[in-house]
Ligand binder design. Structure first.
Ligand code: GLA
Length: 414
């Protein structure tokens, strides 16, 4: 028995070592590409993580509470200042390059007049929103790469935004608190890229703390860390399914929430957002709302109620009850918010049937991507393997499953 427990610990330590090695490889790779492309070594390296969210899904834009953690997958940029007007960026994962200046970005074009590629809108958007605050964004040469899978619900976009915010901070001669950088990243995504996201992803990528969960009040923007119980692991399971055109669906959900507030105001004039509606009040008034609006709003009101309980439960070490809330969250995202899909449901169902699983649910916006699982630490590697087999046998798809570690937020490595 003891041997088996030690073996599990060894497996987890080995996983963290291989993650560290992968990051060293990414840094070596972007450094070598930088040298080849620009003819010198990069002066700096920056890193900004993706995130996973444990509870409080689709509530950040309703002033609710979220409980994410920055993860040990990140975007890395190798960069140096340059003496020309335009910044040149090489996206290793796309094998593409873009050049732009403060003058060309308002029209979303490159220095040569061509349209910016989609991936380049994120760094250009960050430049745009920093410039909007009067902050200087000196021209840079940059090569970047990431091991946050794109479109997987782990906030690869926010990690790119927060990495570039730190890069420009390094060269710009100004310093902003991490939360302010997060808000400017969100502004870039809302107003420049055109995705109406809330604050959670940029916040987690900017403010992450090693080995800790983050509890954010999305109304006051006050936040604190919450320790993850020691004998518990966070396991991320990527269905490998990527949905297209999810931005429209996301924005529709936001609109339904706003519509619910508008209609509920007739009876509850003081409310500003769904955060201000209790479950009892909602139950009393839900009948007055159109069906779809009522389903969406019920998810939000009940999810805010669930996430309200998170802190006390985790501090009391009541992982069992916390895991039940995660399971309830998945049902609600599936049936009321309707942002799940067949593959996510299979991944969650198989996970919940396995030994050592406290809770499992889709994480992030949904429509594909990843699930998050809270698992007894000594069962985590067996859990990951059995989950992969179960998922593959039902869907024919090979998932990617990993035990993650909560990590620090965006930082200059050198
Ligand atoms: C996306 C958005 C976040 C949040 C989640 C759902 O990740 O970027 O702001 O709304 O979806 O919780």
């Amino acid at each position: 028995m003891k041997r088996a427990v030690y073996q599990d610990e060894i497996n987890i330590v080995n996983l963290h070592i291989s993650c560290y090695n992968r990051h060293m490889q990414i840094i070596d790779h972007i450094t070598a590409t930088f040298q080849e492309t620009f003819g010198s070594a990069p002066e700096h390296i920056v890193r900004a993580p993706g995130r996973v969210n444990l509870l409080g899904e689709h509530v950040d834009y309703n002033d609710g509470f979220v409980l994410p953690a920055a993860i040990d997958r990140a975007t890395y940029i190798a960069f140096s200042p340059r003496n020309t007007a335009h910044s040149t960026l090489v996206a290793v994962d796309m094998n593409q390059q873009a050049s732009f200046t403060s003058q060309t970005i308002p029209s979303k074009t490159q220095a040569d007049g061509s349209t910016l590629a989609e991936w380049a809108l994120y760094p250009a958007g960050v430049m745009w929103s920093l410039n909007g605050e009067g902050l200087s964004t000196p021209a840079l040469n940059a090569v970047f790469a990431s091991d946050v899978p794109r479109g997987s619900g782990l906030s690869s976009s926010a990690s790119v935004e927060m990495a570039f915010a730190v890069a420009w901070q390094t060269l710009g001669g100004w310093t902003l608190p991490p939360m302010k950088r997060a808000l400017l990243g969100q502004k870039a995504e809302n107003q420049y890229v055109g995705v109406n996201c809330g604050i959670m992803d940029q916040f987690a990528s900017a403010c992450g703390v090693d080995n800790k969960l983050l509890l954010l009040d999305c109304r006051s923007l006050e936040w604190k860390t919450i320790p993850l119980p020691e004998d518990v692991s966070i396991v991320i399971a990527d269905t490998t399914v990527r949905r297209k055109l999810t931005t429209g669906e996301y924005n529709k959900r936001r609109f339904a929430c706003e519509e619910a507030v508008r209609l509920l105001k007739q009876d509850l004039p003081a409310i500003k957002s769904l955060r201000d509606v209790s479950v009892d009040e909602f139950n009393r008034l839900a009948g007055e709302l159109p069906d779809e609006v009522s389903k969406r709003a019920r998810h939000v009101v009940e999810e805010i109620e669930r996430s309200n309980q998170a802190e006390a439960l985790l501090e009391a070490g009541n992982v069992v009850h916390f895991g039940e809330l995660m399971n309830q969250c998945h049902v609600s995202l599936r049936d009321l918010y309707e942002v799940s899909c067949f593959e996510l449901d299979v991944m969650v169902r198989v996970a919940q049937s396995l030994k050592g699983c406290y809770g499992a649910r889709l994480t992030g916006a949904g429509f594909g991507g990843c699930t998050v699982n809270l698992v007894v630490r000594k069962e985590a590697t067996t859990f990951a393997q059995t989950l992969a087999e179960g998922y593959e046998s039902e869907t024919g798809l090979k998932p990617e499953i990993y035990i993650t570690r909560a990590s620090n937020g965006a930082e200059l490595l050198r």
